[in-house]
Design a protein around this ligand. Structure first.
Ligand code: PLP
Length: 433
């Protein structure tokens, strides 16, 4: 799998642009051959420090494997945070996006294109949306939620004699980083430096239908729920919670808005993790474009789909031909190759294998969105040891590891990680002591 670079020492990172005209531009040529340490220094000198120092400089990927500027190989068990559904450099996705860019890449929303229409129609079919349902395209998860937030504000109770000023979200929720989506996000450390945020948001305990029922009345415009809380460590809810949320919101006339940015498009082994209920809106992003930036808001039924009227929302890039082609290509591969069924099988095998390990106390596998807890609070150290050993994984808490690999990953590939985990755990324990 690994393709060691021809050049040695200082010339390694040139392997990142085989045949690309960009490799010969002055800007990139100046960086060719620099080792990770030097590139990281250049990063820290030129990029804003909001992400901290990056863990590695990656130059190339193929399938479920990526390579860094020093030629080291990694099995990608995070998939760009649940984004690279088809892995890296997927031939069909690459060819579709390249040829779309060579035909028509961007046009603005003064115009439409067949790819945009085809993708909207396809998403409405996959979502089993009733007639009158509509799609709005954005470029990211936070933007999809931003649109949903504005949609919620338009459910203002006008004409019904009530003012719907409140929005309910769940404790531990993550909905994004722009001001509206941030206002919905639970973690105070993310929100506080940016207050005042859009007002009216309240949080109730996640998974508690009684708490939701007590909070929701005719003053509530919308309830935002992730079907599984990804950033919170891959946590689902008790059986029947989403159904209860649907009933509670329906009775109060509040919108039920499901944030499937992380869980949607096959991640959990279904097209949507919220299958089984008909919400008022679903937001999508991460896996939708297979790595190309795209987000979407799906509104269900005629009434909700007309809450935002012409001129009330917009975007320059959203839904452009290149982005919508990337999503059509991704959906085509997932559907034609039977990937969702494969995700369900792989998930069950992975969960069973993890459960057998002494160092693992709990496994929460929802398709290939997998959280597991370790017997000791060493998850960040396990993630660091994993990287050293060639595995990209992510800790979402002191004892919790999250995996969100490409949906096309095989159990054979995952087996390598499961077999290595006890040793990574031992290394982490030794480091902590
Ligand atoms: C990642 C994520 C977002 C934000 O998406 P971005 O593309 O990073 O803006 C919103 N909601 C959920 C549930 C997410 O996992």
């Amino acid at each position: 799998m690994s393709q060691p670079s021809e050049q040695s020492g200082g010339q390694r990172s040139s392997a990142s642009h085989p045949g690309s005209p960009l490799g010969e531009t002055g800007e990139l040529e100046a960086l060719q051959g620099l080792a990770s340490t030097e590139l990281t220094e250049r990063y820290n000198a030129s990029l804003m420090g909001v992400f901290g120092t990056p863990q590695r400089v990656l130059v190339r990927g193929s399938g479920c494997v990526v390579w860094d500027a020093d030629g080291r190989e990694y099995l990608d068990l995070l998939g760009g945070i649940a984004v690279n559904a088809l892995g890296h450099a997927h031939p069909f996705l690459t060819s579709v996006v390249s040829s779309q860019l060579a035909t028509l890449g961007h046009i603005s929303n003064f115009f439409t294109s067949p790819t945009q229409i085809a993708l909207a129609e396809k998403l409405l079919v996959l979502a089993q949306a009733p007639s009158g349902s509509k799609v709005f395209f954005a470029n990211s998860g936070t933007e999809a939620n931003e649109a949903a937030f504005k949609l919620a504000r338009r459910n203002d109770g006008a004409g019904a004699g009530t003012a719907r000023t409140r929005i309910i979200a769940l404790e531990n929720a993550f909905h994004g980083r722009t001001m509206g989506a941030l206002a919905l996000t639970w973690k105070q450390a993310y929100r506080e430096p940016f207050e005042p945020l859009p007002g009216g948001v309240e949080w109730v305990p996640a998974g508690d239908a009684d708490a939701l029922r007590a909070a929701v009345d005719e003053s509530v415009a919308a309830v935002f729920i992730e079907p599984i809380q990804g950033e919170a460590g891959v946590r689902g809810y008790p059986e029947g919670y989403l159904q209860a949320a649907r009933q509670i919101t329906e009775e109060a006339g509040a919108l039920l808005i499901i944030d499937e940015v992380q869980t949607g498009i096959g991640r959990t082994g279904a097209w949507f993790a919220s299958e089984g209920i008909i919400p008022d809106a679903i937001t999508l992003a991460k896996g939708l474009g297979g790595g190309f930036p795209i987000g979407a808001l799906i509104t269900f039924g005629e009434h909700v789909s007309s809450l935002l009227s012409p001129g009330q929302h917009g975007t320059t890039f959203g839904g452009n031909p290149a982005a919508t082609a990337s999503a059509l290509a991704t959906l085509h591969v997932l559907e034609s190759q039977g990937v969702l069924a494969q995700v369900r099988d792989t998930s069950a095998a992975l969960a069973a294998a993890l459960q057998e390990l002494d160092c693992v106390t709990e496994v929460r596998a929802h398709g290939l969105l997998v959280g597991f807890d370790l017997a000791t609070e060493v998850a960040p150290a396990v993630a660091r040891a994993g990287l050293e050993a060639g595995f990209i994984i992510n800790s979402t808490g002191p004892a919790t590891v999250r995996l969100a690999p490409p949906l096309i990953i095989t159990m054979e590939q995952l087996r390598g990680f499961v077999d290595a985990l006890p040793e990574l755990y031992a290394t982490a324990i030794a480091q902590e002591n």
